[in-house]
Design a protein around this ligand. Structure first.
Ligand code: AMP
Ligand code: MG
Length: 522
């Protein structure tokens, strides 16, 4: 770790909170506070991502040393690290929530790797900051396992995401009331080191705007464009044009990200504007979940069970809403709001194009023609009504014989035998139309199957799989985490011997805490 090279541009170039230490407070006229991680009793490395370590240029031999766990548990700063917590606000569940900030995340600094890429290192669960409000700044093992595994799984699925370097057990307990029902219990604590070019969120821009601090907002916007959108900054645009082009790109990246979520069946669960990355990365893995039986109305987040604001099928609409809040925050910097409106329009166009691309690729078609969106919508209705597993259905759809289409290769995907029986005529009808459509498509069988198998994953981080790994880890056995990390490295490959990780959700997991129901308390 001593070879990490730091270039801490964010704290070097932007205004700091003048008070040091974690006293809880409203922080004005500053974009961050200097604060150091609170040391933990007994940091022990549970898992790490070899790919992320390599990206950062960390020597593999150093990873299994006590020093590594000390550094990434927050006990031992290395030269060049200048820890801080960022100041941001956000709209939570549709309402402005004021100042939030990094209440338990502490950035260590920005490293520059051998390829010249900037990677910020951030510890989650590293102890109190000025933004911790009435909470403890810590994270439990279960939520840390989930963040660690899902970050890496998403990356290997080809979904834009923050990454995770390490998962360190703290040797300390954390008390949580998991379902806010008056039953707090002590759980093992952990710290994840997450890694991204930047952890800036929509909320970093919204807070100075809400406070009317336009000079601060302007500094942050110009800095972000310069540091994180270098290609745009070098493009010769200036003023409103440059800022408009930047907002357009944020809209585009956000649209592409959500389209990927819809392709792989990921539900973020808490799409508050403080959980939306300005780089269009999936960020803040909390009560997220994966679609088992196809249901656009499903949300894993118990806090959202009533409103279902963040349900699977609403994610694009919510992303647009969040972008409109960002646009509102940026508007005072623009002489004319035209470029902001154009950016939002661009979201709709980009998302629409991505949805058509997804539809074609998921069905194995060379292109999305008139009628294909309807074909997909009809299939989705059938999948929903008949309680069919999204991942298994699309994966095995590649195996049907277009000359004699039948449900036989797809039987694993059904959760309910009676519903399957009832829906069989409708599925047969759909399959016949699908086979007829394939007949008019230029792709050869092999090409179609390759396209489908590189679009429709075989392995995703099913909620119950993560929960099983967590329960083993809580008993002291990290083996399940390592197995999942490994299998999820190649989600599009059939991995003989790994079938157990590709099965549909077992019945016992249907309504179980941690498997289908999660809360923000983590
Ligand atoms: P989230 O819903 O996880 O995105 O968190 C919303 C806000 O609550 C953020 O400002 C977090 O930093 C803060 N927060 C969540 N959990 C904790 C915790 N255990 N200690 C301090 N702050 C927290
Ligand atoms: Mg958050």
């Amino acid at each position: 770790m001593n070879n990490l090279r730091f270039d801490n541009a964010f704290i070097r170039e932007l205004p700091a909170d003048l008070e040091l230490g974690p006293r809880r407070r409203q922080v004005r006229h500053a974009l961050f506070s200097h604060v150091t991680p609170t040391p933990v009793a007994a940091p022990t490395l549970i898992a790490h991502s070899a790919e992320v370590a390599a990206l950062l240029g960390i020597d593999p031999a150093s990873i299994d040393t006590p020093f590594f766990a000390e550094v990434f548990g927050g006990n031992e700063p290395v030269e060049g690290m200048q820890p801080y917590a960022a100041n941001y606000g956000g709209h939570q569940f549709g309402h402005w929530a004021g100042q939030l900030g990094d209440g338990r995340a502490i950035s260590l600094g920005e490293t520059i790797n051998a390829a010249g890429q900037r990677w910020e290192l951030q510890l989650k669960g590293a102890g109190p900051t000025p933004y911790s409000r009435d909470a403890d700044g810590r994270a439990v093992l279960r939520s840390s396992v989930r963040e660690f595994l899902c970050s890496e799984a998403m990356h290997h699925l080809g979904v834009p995401t923050t990454r995770a370097l390490s998962l360190v057990a703290t040797g300390e307990e954390v008390v949580r009331d998991m379902f806010y029902d008056g039953n707090p219990r002590a759980e093992p604590g952990a710290v994840v080191c997450r890694v991204a070019p930047s952890f800036l969120r929509f909320g970093n821009f919204e807070l100075p705007a809400a406070r009317g601090d336009l000079p601060l907002l302007e500094q942050l916007v110009d800095f972000t464009i310069r540091r994180d959108f270098a290609a745009l900054a070098a493009g010769g645009l200036r003023g409103d044009e440059l800022r408009g082009a930047w907002f357009r790109e944020v809209c585009e990246r956000t649209a592409e990200m959500v389209a990927h979520w819809m392709r792989v069946g990921f539900v973020h669960g808490v799409m508050n504007t403080d959980n939306m990355s300005i780089l269009g990365l999936t960020i803040d893995y909390g009560p997220y979940g994966w679609i088992d039986d196809y249901d656009p109305d499903w949300t894993p987040n118990t806090t959202d069970a009533q409103g279902r604001r963040y349900a699977f099928g609403r994610q694009a609409e919510i992303a647009y809403w969040n972008l409109s809040k960002l646009a509102g925050a940026l508007a005072p910097l623009f002489a004319d709001p035209g470029p902001l409106h154009a950016g939002l329009e661009h979201f709709i166009d980009t998302y629409g194009a991505a949805e058509r691309r997804n539809t074609a690729a998921k069905l194995g078609l060379a292109e999305c023609r008139d009628g294909d969106m309807e074909l997909m919508a009809e299939l989705q209705q059938l999948l929903h009504a008949a309680e069919v597993d999204m991942t298994l259905f699309f994966r095995h759809l590649a195996d049907i014989d277009p000359a004699r289409p039948s449900l036989a290769p797809l039987s694993d995907a059904f959760y309910d035998a009676r519903k399957r029986r009832d829906a069989t005529p409708a599925f047969d009808d759909w399959l016949a139309r699908y086979a007829a459509r394939l007949h008019h498509d230029p792709l050869r069988d092999e090409q179609r199957r390759d396209l489908m198998r590189s679009t429709n994953p075989r392995y995703v981080l099913r909620n119950y799989l993560a929960q099983q790994a967590i329960e083993r880890a809580e008993k002291g056995d990290p083996g399940g985490i390592h197995e999942l990390l490994d299998v999820l490295r190649r989600p599009y490959d059939d991995q003989p011997g790994r079938e157990a990780c590709a099965r549909r959700r077992p019945d016992w997991a249907r309504n179980r805490a941690g498997c289908s129901m999660l809360s923000c308390s983590s």
